[in-house]
Every structure is written in C-alpha cells, then in structure tokens.
Design a protein around this ligand. Structure first.
Ligand code: BTN
Length: 311
C-alpha cells in the first residue's frame, strides 16, 4: 500500500517485487488481498498496478447506477456495449471503463483516450423507426453538455449535431451506432468520450481539442461526470420517448452554438445561410440568402461557419 500510495502512476509488479524482495506471484497475491479489503487497485497488462482514488472510479457503486457494467481496460466501450446488446441486455445498460485503449471515432477515425478521460457507451432500445435514430445523437449531445456544465460549472455548448464545445474547442466526441431492421431499431449504442483531466493532445487535434481540466484549471471528478451524464441522458431519453423531440428542442436550441450564425453544410447537400437552430424533429433550420427555409437531417452533412472555421 505504501508503494501504491507513493506512486501516482502505474508501478510494475517487477519493481514492487524488487523493492520488497518477494516474488511477483507474492506481489500478485498481496494485491488481490488488498482488493478484497476494498482498495480499488487497477491492474493493466504491461503496466502494473495503480491505486484509483474515489473521484476516478467508474464502477456501478461509485456512480450509483446499477445497470452499469465496468471494465478496468477495454479496446472500445462501443464494442462491449454492442456485445451486451446482442446478448439481450436491458435498455439503459451503461458500459464504463478505467482505460479505453482502442476507441473508435466518427468516419472511421481513432479516438485516443487515456485513464484521464471518461469513455462510456449506453445501450438504448427505442421503439422508433430507424429514420428517427439521429435524434438520439442530439439527445446524447445535450445530456453531455448539461452534465459537464452542472458538474464543472462551465458554459459548454453544442455544435450541431453533437460535438460539445467550449471556448471554440471540442471537449466531447459522440459515436452513435445502430442495429436495425427495415422498420424497427434493435438497439442503439451511444458512445461518449469526454476529455476530463487530459493535459496534452496529439499533434493532429491539439489546436481543436481541450479538456475540462485545461478549461477550469482544476482536476475534475470522472465519477461525478459519469453519474451526472447517465442521469441527464436517461431523463432526456425518457422525455423524448414519452413526448417526442418537441419537448427537448427548446433546451437544445439554448445550448446550440450554431444558432444565429452564418453556416454552410459540407457533404451530399451544400446549403449556406443563417442558422435558426433545430426544429421539433431535430432537423437543422437554415435560412438562405433568398429567404428560403432549408431543413437538414443529421448524418447528411457536416457543418462549418461561413468562413470555414470549426465553430
Ligand atoms: C468523434 O469522432 O467525435 C466520436 C468519438 C467517440 C468516442 C467514444 S469514447 C467511448 C465510445 N467508445 C468508442 O470506441 N468510441 C466512443
């Protein structure tokens, strides 16, 4: 325990065994004993052991959500969630992890994360036709923005459809994947990656990304963020299932950073004009220069400001 408390990083089994002059098997046995005593120690292949403090814990008990399935280390929480969904798990099942080491982003990109991020995926089984699935993505963006604003006391907004952004930089990425038949959704997996206590970013994203730590100058609690997120997401999702997107669109529009700005869409459809927010079906409303109102579904296009900037 002294060694683990002294080192805020991973300590290899080998260095513990050398320092204590005991075998690696003995180290492993001691670690298991400490775990049984209730200490939260994560063990990662090739890295060793690390004591996890309460603020970092994402277990069902820590976040107070019993439909949560926790892993120390996963390749992708979306993949785990899909596996659980295929095996018939309940709607609302949440997958959390201490470390995601092969996360997937949109458009086949990678999502790099470490044990300072929150990486989670939620399985939902809405009784709607697949064309309405993009609304789940909007709901996930709104729930995440609300959760981090509440826990970290900031003013993050949403870049349509679901990038959560503050001070012009992206804090959150959301990847929604679906399994459906022609008329019926089998399940939707909403994968959410939040940059929480990250201090550095890879070169290719360092000008666009930020973290809650960088933004607030304070270490933030992954546990509190994950707990607030699942609460917000399930509340908004149930509201949507009961009353439709119309019950949520005003709140979405209040946080929508594109609203009131000149935007253009990039993709299969090219429209530019003044963004008026989203309508009651989650479509983006754009008023073109000749006064025409155009409505765009998520998935069809991505959005830029008129001068090509991100937000
Ligand atoms: C994006 O490209 O902006 C979306 C990134 C989504 C990343 C999250 S992290 C949790 C979940 N698991 C994954 O493999 N991806 C999503």
């Amino acid at each position: 325990m002294e060694i683990l408390k002294r080192e805020p990083v991973y300590v290899s089994g080998e260095s513990i065994s050398k320092e204590l002059n005991i075998s690696r098997t003995a180290v492993w046995k001691h670690i298991n004993k400490l775990k049984k005593e209730g200490y939260n120690i994560s063990s990662f292949t090739n890295k060793g052991y690390r004591l996890i403090n309460g603020d970092d814990m994402l277990t069902p008990e820590a976040i107070g959500y019993d439909k949560c399935v926790y892993f120390d280390e996963v390749i992708s929480t979306n993949d785990e969630a899909k596996r659980l969904a295929e095996n018939g798990c309940d709607s609302g099942t949440m997958v959390t992890c201490c470390l995601q080491n092969g996360g997937r982003g949109r458009l086949g990109r990678q999502w790099k994360a470490d044990n300072k991020s929150v990486c989670t995926s939620i399985v939902l089984r809405p009784d709607i036709t697949p064309v309405y699935a993009p609304m789940i993505t909007l709901i996930a963006g709104l729930a995440t923005a609300k959760a981090i604003n509440e826990v970290c006391n900031i003013n993050a907004g949403i870049k349509w459809p679901n990038d959560v952004v503050a001070e012009g930089r992206k804090l959150v990425g959301i990847l929604t994947e679906m399994s459906a038949e022609m008329e019926k959704i089998k399940y939707v997996v909403v994968g959410i990656g939040i940059n929480v206590n990250n201090e550095v970013f890879a070169d290719e994203i360092k000008d666009k990304a930020s973290s809650l730590y960088i933004l607030t100058g304070k270490k933030q609690s992954r546990r509190d963020i994950a707990a607030a997120l699942i609460k917000q997401l399930m509340e908004l999702y149930n509201l949507y299932i009961d009353k439709g997107f119309a019950a949520i669109s005003d709140e979405y529009n209040r946080l929508c950073l594109n609203r009131g700005k000149y935007v253009k869409t990039v993709g299969s459809l090219e429209i530019s004009g003044l963004c008026k927010g989203v309508d009651d079906e989650g479509r983006l409303i754009i008023e073109t220069a000749d006064g025409k109102i155009e409505k765009v579904f998520t998935g069809e296009v991505s959005l830029r400001l008129s001068d090509n900037s991100y937000i």
